[in-house]
Design a protein around this ligand. Structure first.
Ligand code: NOJ
Ligand code: CA
Length: 731
């Protein structure tokens, strides 16, 4: 046998029989050669591998202890071990398929040595957990949170002997882990320069991705195999704010293996830490966490000890549809901390909004085309009241809009309590109340969060006094101060303060240009919606042709895994006469379907009131629910199509929405999800025979039928099309 200092042999006790690179320990090798046993002094079921390391022909025994847990239904398994350098490593299996191969975990700090090796396991413990909790509003009422947890307590064997704990959770719909940094003697806080969590994939999977922009989640999604992703190429995209530094991607990142396993990466409970992007590492299918940094402060995150990081999450499913039914992200967040949020009622709303995006009016007063006038607001309120819509958003109501996009010195410009002279805030609130329509406040911060922080208490107090229970916030533009980014720790903490301020004054928050949603809505159920992807507005003014037809069938399986999105559907005048170079790239029937497919507890009827006049299809928007007892994802493939059925809370009525990409297709809906022995009066809104998102987007057919659980209905979706069905329970 040849001697080599790098060669590592795995041996079953004394018989050396496999040569193997320890960095790529594969479960199948472990299984084939060693029997499961219980680690000495360790509670977790462990597998011990005896390794013989040849070092200049000196033989040294090394034991690898594999701690493993499987999800309650034994669907997903996590294995944790320290390699020969004492580096923490994990791998993930779905059934017997390795989804994440041996991946290391390490940190770089300012003023401290990296934490990347030399650990020993001090202790491990396991726990089974099973609870059912109730969503105050949501895609479903009851959520099962069932997992197996493994907690590993590590300590460096020498030197400062710093501790590090890692919590692993195995769920049937995926896995998650987080780091815990316990107290360290004489150290108050850690300044993190890098978190290097590896995700070693096993092949060149198909990915639905958008660039890991530190400042914007409003790029298009692209479909590529992992090795073909080139995020740096997208630097040229013109966005109001954008900062792409690496070949990295945003989360949720969804991918599909050649065998058809779906894997989605994200994070849960992002609190007082930096947002995570995933950096591509050459051609061996490796992703590594890349935290969003602060160029101003020169680090990624600074955290007071002790602290925990957000959960790193991997949702795993055999079918794409199962990803959408997963509640893993919310389950990994803490329970409701703010109590009753019944002040917030899920609602459909209208708004002085689209008219600015299509250039009919403006946010600012100086243009002479000011949209937010008392008179205009009353017109929208009348329309909402006449159609049972319960909210009205008014943008451009407050002073400051003359000095917004394009201005660098935006600090101190917006005023969140002073209306323009042609807008009587109190009168609009009063008039709305009289008609049963509540004002949704609007606070565009222009990404000057310090100005907002200063005025926040006054602004939210005013909302409280006026009986306003929700606000849409916005953060357009590069963050002031320079060197901070939308997804960095400094902004994460700002967004958090806003949610807490809202809770203090009973105001629900809908954030545009947000930090990515990470399930905090469970803990703070006044955090009701966010944008966090290209919304409808891009169709009105983007110079790249708007959102292509595949945008929404991708969004449903990527961004939507993170939580509710304020996409603002319901545009009926699809051709946009005031915008000759733009149009909506869907059919009218698909606009209806979005109320079901793209979940949010606040759903806008986004078009101008006059565009709904005389439109029979508007009946669907009037009827559709916004708060759900249960959700069933009927079919779908990422980027191609999806159909979702949701049962409305209290009424027992169901609504179904289906959308397709640029390809027409036939979809058969099996109504077996309906209640036994009940009949439903159904209205089907489907693409007309000549419908096509470009050539004939408004061709729609509306049919009434009676449906029960034995019904199967085949629907034809046009290119860029969809369908929407309302099912009223016949009592
Ligand atoms: C961007 C938001 O996404 C949009 O909805 C809003 O109208 C503008 N900012 C102005 O705040
Ligand atoms: Ca936006």
């Amino acid at each position: 046998m040849k001697c080599s200092s790098t060669e590592i042999l795995i041996a079953k006790k004394d018989s050396m029989n496999i040569t193997y690179d320890l960095k790529k320990l594969k479960p199948k090798h472990m299984k084939a050669n060693f029997e499961g046993t219980r680690g000495k002094g360790l509670k977790a079921i462990s597998l011990i591998l005896f390794l013989v390391i040849l070092n200049a022909c000196q033989t040294k025994n090394f034991a690898v202890v594999i701690n493993s847990i499987s999800s309650p239904g034994k669907i997903n398994t996590i294995e944790f071990f320290l390699d020969e350098n004492g580096t923490p490593r994990y791998l993930v299996k779905h059934g017997n398929k390795t989804v994440i191969d041996s991946s290391s975990m390490s940190f770089d700090f300012k003023g401290q040595d990296p934490m990347n090796a030399g650990f020993v396991i001090k202790n491990t413990s396991e726990k089974d957990f099973n609870e059912t909790w109730e969503m105050p509003w949501g895609e479903q009422r009851n959520v099962v949170n069932k997992y197996k947890e493994l907690m590993v307590e590590l300590e460096e064997a020498s030197g400062a002997k710093r501790p590090l704990n890692i919590y692993f959770r195995a769920y049937d719909d995926g896995i998650a882990f987080r780091y815990e940094f316990p107290k360290q003697a004489g150290v108050d806080s850690l300044t993190i320069l890098d978190e290097n969590t590896e995700f070693q994939l096993t092949g060149d999977h198909t990915c639905w991705w958008n660039p890991g922009d530190w400042d914007s989640s409003e790029h298009l999604y692209y479909t590529d195999s992992l090795s073909k992703i080139d995020a740096l190429e997208l630097k040229k995209n013109e966005l109001a704010n954008s900062h792409i530094v690496d070949n990295s991607v945003l989360t949720p990142l969804t991918m599909r293996t050649k065998e058809g396993v779906h894997i989605a990466f994200h994070e849960a409970n992002l609190t007082d830490y930096a947002g995570m992007t995933l950096k591509l590492g050459g051609d061996n299918f490796l992703l590594t966490s890349e935290l969003v940094g602060s160029d101003r402060l020169g680090y990624k995150a600074k955290c007071a000890l002790p602290f925990v990081t957000p959960w790193r999450t991997i949702q795993i499913a055999d079918k794409a549809t199962q990803l959408l039914e997963s509640r893993l992200i919310e389950n990994l967040n803490e329970r409701n901390k703010i109590g009753d949020v019944s002040y917030f009622a899920p609602k459909k709303y209208v708004g002085i909004w689209w008219e600015m995006h299509i250039g009919k009016s403006t946010w600012d007063l100086a243009s002479g085309k000011h949209g937010a006038t008392t008179e205009n607001a009353k017109k929208y309120i009348d329309f909402a009241a006449a159609n049972g819509l319960k909210g009205i958003l008014v943008e451009g109501w407050n002073t400051g809009w003359e000095h917004w996009i394009g201005f660098e010195d935006r600090e101190g410009v917006f005023d969140f309590v002073t209306p323009y002279p042609d807008y009587d805030l109190k009168e609009v609130v009063r008039y709305g109340k009289e008609k049963g329509v509540e004002l949704i406040m609007h606070n565009e911060t222009s990404a000057a969060p310090r100005t907002y922080d200063k005025q926040m208490d006054t602004a939210y107090k005013m909302m409280h006094q006026l009986g306003i229970h929700s606000v849409k916030t916005g953060y357009v533009g590069p963050i002031i101060p320079k060197g901070e980014y939308h997804d960095g720790q400094w902004m994460v903490n700002h967004y958090q303060r806003v949610v807490e301020k809202g809770a203090q004054y009973q105001v629900a928050i809908d954030v545009h240009e947000p930090i990515k949603p990470t399930g905090l809505r469970r803990t703070y159920p006044n955090l009701v919606a966010a944008e966090g992807a290209r919304g409808q507005e891009f169709n009105a003014w983007s110079n790249d042709g708007g959102n292509p037809p595949e945008h929404l069938p991708i969004l449903a399986f990527t961004r939507m895994l993170a939580g509710p999105m304020d996409f603002t559907p319901g545009i009926f005048e699809i051709s946009l006469p005031s915008k000759p170079h733009n149009q909506i790239n869907t059919t009218l029937a698909q606009q209806l379907a979005l109320y079901v497919v793209i979940y949010s507890p606040v759903q806008m009827a986004a078009d101008l009131p006059e565009n709904y006049k005389g439109q029979p299809a508007f009946q669907f928007i009037k009827d559709v629910g916004v708060d759900w007892e249960q959700t069933v994802v009927l079919n779908g493939e990422v980027g191609d199509f999806v159909s979702i059925a949701r049962e409305e809370r209290e009424t027992g009525n169901w609504f179904v929405g289906g959308i397709t990409d640029e390809n027409q297709r036939e979809i058969t809906i099996d109504f077996s999800f309906l209640k036994d022995g009940k009949k439903y009066e159904a209205v089907i809104y489907q693409d007309g025979k000549k419908a096509h998102y470009k050539r004939n987007p408004t061709d729609i057919e509306i049919v009434k039928v009676t449906i029960d659980k034995n019904t199967k209905q085949t629907l034809k979706l046009a290119e860029g099309g969809g369908f929407a069905i309302s099912l009223k329970l016949i009592k």
